[in-house]
Write a protein that binds this ligand. Structure first.
Ligand code: GDP
Length: 516
């Protein structure tokens, strides 16, 4: 009897904890203000004491998370980290994504681990190329989007025009949640369309010209624009829009309060066999990111896992989906803006780092006992293929091992030609090659160069086993195995690829591979 009561109390607690999780990412075009907004959000959440400490460019940002020289040198965020803070009774997990498009695969994988994305738009520039791309990624998974129109303290486009641009440009309904008071140098605050409050609270006098303009605009807003619709937001069809200035700290609290009010809380996660609801009692988790050698003095590998359901406790035994093996979870960790800490317990929506020696890979599922595999973490066919040239032949073995480790981490994709020639690496953006080169040198002491290949496309090939074998034999010089041993066809052109597909109607050529 008492056990039942305890169980009930525990499951109520788990539900409560999960309901107050908010796991999100910020997406934007470079320079729209993501870093500044992140910093303001963290400050509001008390995660850092002083604004200015998370600055990305130039200054020494994130001293501890600044793991790689290359990231520091280029002033770009290469690694994805997670920052946890508390605000308004909710636990927020803010997953940082690399700003540069060359690391879009990393960003994509991170977006598989969030429940919501905040889309930052520069009020003067509107929707820019990278915003659009990232938005499309969110749309693929119907991730709810909250829009923050930033830099309202500068010359901005007309607010209605901006909403229009989002509506028609992204095919996304907009519902303004706040409205700006004054513009550019006279931007003074926001008016909350729901509570009808003005922020900051030291209200302008009603006779102020800005308030008169506001009253006129509000009439139009209320007549022309749809009210917030929760269902539509949850489905990713409608975005609430906030106006603000990250720099002047206007609109940031509006945004956070909205995330507290309508979340969303952790979503259900699709697996091969069934959809797993966040409030199921059994713990399940999905590895979406691997980061090796975070501390150059200790060769360690951190797997970042998003908890998809239930409660994780330190020391619990877990089942590793890909191998079916059990292991004990001794040192799961939480990451704060500049610190990490052992995670004694964590709930669906949280992200924990799990140190390991290479057993965990991107896309892996962890459960208590159930044989489950989450879907949705993809590999994209690389757009650039290069052969690795080793300068010191004595280091061939070391290079092989390093390439596997870095490929498992998702730094590059690795293809081993079936004809035995040196390995080929595939990337989406050339900066990935720089990272590979610099990390091979820095972390493994292996100097490499790159040579061009005749290939421009890679496609995973599936189909009838015998037919696949014949195909591989005939096309041996263009066949390679990826890191999991899955066959890949390398083509010199899109034309060539199409011809191959036509000539082999029984085989399928994929530009995306689901991992897990
Ligand atoms: P990110 O590349 O998206 O991370 O953008 P940053 O946060 O680094 O901002 C790019 C530049 O815009 C920096 O010089 C910021 O100081 C500036 N900035 C960011 N937010 C605002 C804002 O609200 N108003 C103004 N005027 N400048 C801003």
């Amino acid at each position: 009897m008492s056990e039942t009561l305890t169980d009930t109390a525990l499951s109520a607690r788990i539900s409560d904890e999960i309901a107050r999780r908010r796991t999100f990412a910020i997406i934007s075009h470079p320079d729209a203000g993501k870093t500044t907004l992140t910093e303001r959000i963290l400050r509001a959440g008390g995660a850092i004491q002083m604004a200015g400490n998370v600055r990305a460019k130039g200054e020494r940002r994130r001293t501890r998370s600044d793991w790689m020289g290359i990231e520091r040198d280029r002033g770009i965020s290469v690694v994805t980290s997670v920052m946890t803070f508390e605000y308004g009774g909710c636990i927020f997990n803010l997953l940082d994504t690399p700003g540069h498009e060359d690391f879009s695969e990393d960003t994509y994988r991170t977006l598989t681990a969030v429940d919501c994305a905040v889309m930052v738009i520069d009020a003067a520039k509107g929707i820019e190329a990278r915003t659009r791309k990232l938005f499309e990624i969110c749309r693929l998974r119907d991730i709810p989007i909250v829009t923050f129109i930033n830099k309202m303290d500068r010359e901005a486009q007309d607010s209605f025009a901006l909403l229009d641009e989002i509506g028609s440009g992204l095919a996304l309904d907009t519902s303004p949640a706040t409205w700006p008071i004054g513009r550019a140098a006279k931007f003074a605050g926001t008016y909350d369309l729901r509570t009808r409050e003005v922020r900051p609270h030291e209200t302008l006098s009603q006779s102020d010209e800005r308030m008169t303009t506001l009253a006129e605009e509000l009439e139009l807003v209320e007549a022309a624009l749809p009210p917030f619709d929760r269902e539509s937001f949850d489905a990713g069809h409608l975005t609430p829009v906030f106006f603000g200035s990250a720099m002047k700290e206007i609109g940031v609290i509006d945004l956070l309060d909205a995330l507290v009010a309508y979340g969303p809380a952790p979503r259900s996660q699709p697996s091969e066999s069934r959809v797993v609801a966040a409030d199921e009692p059994d713990m399940t988790a999905l590895v979406f990111k691997i980061q090796a050698n975070m501390d150059p003095n200790h060769r360690d590998r951190m797997a970042f896992a998003r908890i998809c359901s239930g409660r994780l406790t330190r020391g619990m035994r877990l089942r590793h989906g890909r191998t079916g093996k059990q292991f004990a979870l001794h040192t799961p960790q939480f990451f704060f803006a500049r610190d990490r800490q052992l995670a004694e317990e964590a709930f669906a929506g949280d992200v924990v780092g799990i140190p390991n020696h290479g057993t965990l890979r991107i896309g892996d599922t962890l459960t208590e006992t159930e044989d489950l595999r989450f879907t949705g973490v993809p590999h994209f066919a690389p757009e650039i293929l290069r052969r690795v040239r080793l300068d010191d032949a004595m280091k061939a073995k070391k290079l092989r091992q390093a390439l596997v480790e870095l490929a498992e981490e998702g730094v590059v994709q690795l293809f081993r030609p079936q004809d035995g020639l040196p390995p080929i690496v595939g990337v989406v953006g050339t900066l990935q090659l720089d990272v590979l080169q610099s990390r091979l040198k820095g972390e493994y002491g292996v100097a490499i160069g790159f040579e061009s290949t005749p290939y421009t496309l890679a496609r995973w090939v599936t189909g009838d086993k015998a037919k696949l074998e014949t195909f591989s034999m005939v096309n041996r010089s263009a066949m390679a195995d990826d890191i999991d041993g899955d066959p890949v066809f390398l083509a010199s052109s899109a034309f060539m690829m199409r011809r191959m597909a036509e000539q082999n109607p029984d085989l399928a050529f994929h530009d995306i591979k689901q991992i897990g």
